[in-house]
Design a protein around this ligand. Structure first.
Ligand code: GLN
Length: 309
């Protein structure tokens, strides 16, 4: 078995010098200014050893990676009743697409496209003030990452709110079908803020550990979710975590993963590792270009694809 630390250091070096870096997201103005030359990677193994490479300690906007954690929280809160408000099938369309919503009665395909994540956020908000719901989400991040320094980047949140016309359209459309229960502004406010959580690769890999080790933090032994729930969240990450690039991600990387337009990806090798990569340049469907290539290289060299080596 190749040495993990060497493999991660090699990949970081290979990615640092690659000329093809994808395009940084510009529809959120605050993200448009991020330097595309950055690359970070952090891998935590079953012993709790952390292998890092490149800009692994630079915080970035986790964006849609936050949807894994809001899904976990919402399932904890209302269990399988969540599936009345959101489906769990791949969408085969863009992360911010509205077309399926009309055909399917305002119920979004899955919790990882924007419409689905907004519906999930609406469930976390139910019965709370937006500030309380956000506090709950942030405390959950602190708990699973063992790190109370994780915060929300208010500038990114404000930038998203100013330009979030598409998300406002999705939310209003769902509201018209009765899928959202709270005032649209409240739900969107919480959604924009959880997308604006800033974390480094090291922090994100720490936060993902419960998904790699049957719902438990392997270091403290604290249980976050049941093994069954961890398995199911991983399944949704595999089938829906990269929007209409999910098939390609499974084909090339072979791990459950969730991407965000900030260029981050959380990937889970069940029983083996929790992995975070970050490179801000995106491919044509909005997933990190070098992040995916780095993960493909890692799984190939380590033999970690869930489909075999
Ligand atoms: N906050 C972003 C949005 O709503 C999240 C999208 C993403 O990361 N794919 O558009």
């Amino acid at each position: 078995m190749p040495d993990l630390k060497t493999v991660v250091a090699d990949i970081a070096e290979e990615m640092r010098t690659r000329p093809d870096r994808g395009e940084v997201a510009t529809y959120i103005p605050e993200l448009a200014g991020v330097d595309p030359n950055q690359f970070g990677m952090a891998v935590i193994d079953a012993e709790g050893e952390v292998a890092v490479g490149g800009d692994a300690d630079v915080p970035f906007s986790i964006q849609s990676v936050s949807k894994v954690f809001t899904l976990t929280l919402a399932l904890g809160k209302i269990g399988d009743r969540l599936w009345r408000h959101v489906g769990r099938e791949p969408s085969g369309s863009a992360f911010n697409s509205i077309v399926q919503l009309e055909y399917e009665g305002g119920v979004p395909r899955n919790p990882f496209i924007n419409a689905g994540a907004i519906a999930v956020t609406d469930q976390i908000l139910a019965g709370h003030e937006p500030r309380e719901a956000l506090g709950e989400i942030l405390r959950f991040m602190h708990f699973i990452a063992d790190d109370t320094s994780i915060t929300i980047d208010e500038k990114v949140a404000a930038s998203e709110r100013r330009t979030g016309f598409r998300n406002a359209a999705l939310a209003n459309y769902m509201k018209s079908f009765g899928v959202l229960q709270n005032p649209v502004d409240y739900t969107l406010g919480v959604y924009f803020h959880h997308c604006s959580i800033a974390m480094s690769c090291r922090q994100l890999a720490m936060a993902g550990r419960f998904l790699a080790w049957r719902g438990k933090n392997p270091t403290t032994g604290h249980s976050v979710v049941s093994p069954e729930r961890a398995r199911r969240i991983n399944a949704i990450m595999l089938t829906c975590g990269h929007y209409d690039g999910s098939g390609e991600f499974a084909y090339r990387v072979g791990l459950p993963g969730k991407s965000g337009v900030g260029g981050g990806i959380l990937a889970i090798a069940p029983g083996i590792a929790s992995i975070a990569v970050w490179s801000p340049g995106l491919d044509s469907v909005g997933n990190s270009h070098l992040g995916r290539i780095a993960l493909e290289t890692l799984t190939k060299r380590m033999g970690w694809s869930i489909f075999g080596d």
